[in-house]
Design a protein around this ligand. Structure first.
Ligand code: HEC
Ligand code: HEC
Length: 189
């Protein structure tokens, strides 16, 4: 008699466990959603003036928050013709507002892999970082190290007088890049 009562209540308990598990799975975002959400913050940094000014659509770097073309006809061509970026951009920021900012190795990305940020959607930026043709064969771990440690990237957060940093602190940015990669590097739609 006891067993007859216990059986249906056991079945009921099992059903409850199953329903709770299903509801849980629905609430918990899957890994690709976590990755895509993390990349939205990454894109905010890439599209901020300090980063996009060196990652334009053509050969001309940009200046200021508005992203106006660089003064003095500076471009990849002028660099080739002998006017080096480093003639003005030294190893340190100019202490004078409007003076040339600087850090070791100031230059544009190579023409063959220009790594364009200007005008790109978060989705396009994400796909570009995963495309080894666009990154010069660098994998995601190499991209991670670049974003965590490269001097040109770190410069964005200490850009000299009058230049505001990207909208996300560097340590949070690095953690979001890590979360994007560790969750499968899915892209936002
Ligand atoms: C002074 C110009 C300059 C600035 C400013 C700059 N970059 Fe770059 N960026 C480069 C160059 C040059 C490369 C190519 C690196 C190489 O070939 O070693 C590059 C490459 C990259 C890449 C591709 C990864 C790779 O390993 O090549 C990413 C991503 C990137 N930059 C992100 C940023 C971010 C984020 C910022 C702002 C915080 C930024 N960059 C600011 C010049 C710049
Ligand atoms: C003749 C001097 C000179 C040369 C050569 C030069 N620059 Fe500049 N650059 C400046 C000055 C001055 C500024 C600061 C302008 C301002 O902030 O109003 C500047 C600002 C910039 C900025 C904007 C930084 C920011 O986000 O505020 C970028 C990017 C840049 N230069 C890239 C380059 C690159 C790449 C080269 C070489 C292809 C180069 N420059 C060559 C003088 C020069």
């Amino acid at each position: 008699m006891k067993r007859l009562v216990a059986l249906p209540s056991l079945a009921a308990a099992a059903l409850v466990v199953l329903l709770v598990a299903l509801a849980d799975a629905e609430d918990r975002p899957d890994r690709s959603q976590v990755a895509a959400a993390a990349f939205i913050d990454v894109a905010k940094v890439l599209l901020s003036p300090r980063c996009r000014n060196c990652h334009p659509t053509d050969d001309v770097p940009l200046q200021r928050d508005e992203g106006v073309p660089h003064a003095q006809n500076v471009s990849r061509r002028s660099e080739k013709n002998g006017l080096r970026c480093t003639a003005c951009h030294r190893h340190e920021n100019s202490p004078v507002p409007g003076g040339p900012p600087g850090v070791k190795g100031w230059r544009m990305p190579p023409a063959a892999t220009p790594m364009v940020f200007v005008g790109r959607t978060p989705h396009q930026l994400c796909e570009q970082l995963k495309d080894k043709k666009a990154t010069g064969d660098r994998d995601l771990e190499a991209i991670f190290h670049h974003l965590a440690e490269d001097e040109l990237v770190l410069w964005g957060w200490r850009a000299g007088p009058g230049r505001k940093p990207p909208p996300v602190p560097h340590d949070v940015f690095v953690a979001r890049v890590r979360a994007w990669i560790d969750n499968g590097a899915a892209c936002p739609p």
